[in-house]
Design a binder for this molecule. Structure first.
Ligand code: NAD
Length: 318
């Protein structure tokens, strides 16, 4: 189910101009919070990093002196933090977000975290008398700045309807994926497709090069044939065919290889806990983990093609 501004269940259920606490004002959080301000919300933000606070202030976000101070009296508390331990850590404790927020506050966690952690966060929020959605995003820093993120939400239908106008101020597509954790489940599955498909596209280009095929020829065929996918036609790993892809700017992210490695790590955690067979997903995690720990640490995830090329034998087919 999608949220649209005309969704009957969302209409009039949540007036604009509410007080929103925004915890985690990094690469994603800062522009997301700025879009909430532009939409007329009063945003009180907090981050542990002083430089993030400075950037947020410049964007018109009120800066609180602590996460607890931001959350006190808020209607909605949004977290955009690196990993599950940060979210669960921020939620809990005497001065934690759940303890200081007023009864029935709506908690939206937009971080990418493990499905199990998201379910634990839902449980803690419910036990403290609050409402919660997991609402991870795709679309990267560009989508955060332009307000075109895709939100994948997990939680109750009423809470989703109420969160809709807030999420719509930061995103272009808002999807209700199911109950607690379903947003993170959709995110992890989507990114497993992306990681595997980027490796497949990169291997095909390297094999094509070895076979004497130009990158342009392979692109012209595969982009209009059954090999077509986002990794090929939008984030093409070779320079040339798609002028906007990171390959044309020295593999500057884009979507960093370290984030792909992180997301595939969450996929593997889910694969292991569910027993699903996902051999390619598991292998993709291994490949991206090595990439992120090595040359690829500062690169876009499409830079994996350089590892694949470097690990291929020098012999080309005449
Ligand atoms: P980031 O590292 O730039 O920002 C995270 C911020 O959280 C940092 O500024 C850090 O100081 C702050 N922080 C950590 N613990 C805190 C705490 N307890 N209280 C307050 N602030 C705290 O990361 P990001 O790129 O903004 O990503 C945030 C989340 O979004 C991650 O879960 C990531 O996987 C996900 N994500 C990122 C992208 C992307 O392209 N960057 C895309 C989709 C999803």
């Amino acid at each position: 189910m999608y949220y649209t501004s005309t969704s009957a269940e969302g209409k009039g259920s949540f007036l604009m101009g509410k007080k929103i606490a925004f915890i985690g004002l990094g690469h994603m959080g800062s522009p997301m919070a700025a879009n909430l301000v532009k939409a007329g919300h009063r945003v009180s933000g907090f981050d542990l990093a002083p430089e993030a606070l400075e950037e947020a202030r410049a964007q018109g976000i009120e800066v609180a002196e602590s996460a607890a101070a931001a959350a006190a009296g808020a209607d909605v508390v949004i977290t955009m933090l690196p990993a599950g331990r940060h979210v669960l850590g921020a939620y809990q404790g005497e001065n934690g977000l759940l303890a200081v927020a007023g009864p029935g506050t709506l908690f939206l966690d937009c971080s990418t975290i493990a499905v199990e952690d998201a379910r634990a966060a839902h449980g803690l929020a419910a036990a403290a008398g609050h409402r919660a959605l997991d609402a991870p995003v795709s679309g990267g820093v560009g989508g955060a700045a332009n307000g075109t993120l895709t939100f994948m939400a997990g939680g109750g239908a009423e809470d989703f309807a109420e969160a809709g106008p807030v999420l719509a101020a930061m995103g272009g597509r808002i999807v209700h994926c199911g109950g607690p954790g379903a947003g993170q489940a959709a995110k992890v599955c989507n990114n497993m497709i992306l990681g595997v498909s980027m490796i497949a596209v990169s291997e095909a280009f390297v094999l094509g090069e070895k076979l004497g095929l130009t990158n342009e020829a392979l692109f012209d065929v595969a982009s209009a044939a059954s090999g077509q996918c986002w990794a090929l036609t939008t984030n093409c790993p070779v320079p040339g065919p798609v002028p906007g892809s990171p390959a044309n700017r020295g593999y500057q992210p884009g979507f960093a290889g370290v984030l792909m490695a992180k997301d595939l790590g969450l996929a593997v955690q889910a694969i292991e806990s569910t027993g699903a067979q996902a051999r390619l997903g598991s292998l993709a995690e291994e490949i991206y983990r090595h990439f992120a720990e090595g040359d690829g640490s500062g690169q876009d995830f499409s830079g994996i093609i350089n590892d694949i090329r470097a690990n291929s034998s020098v012999e080309a087919l005449a």
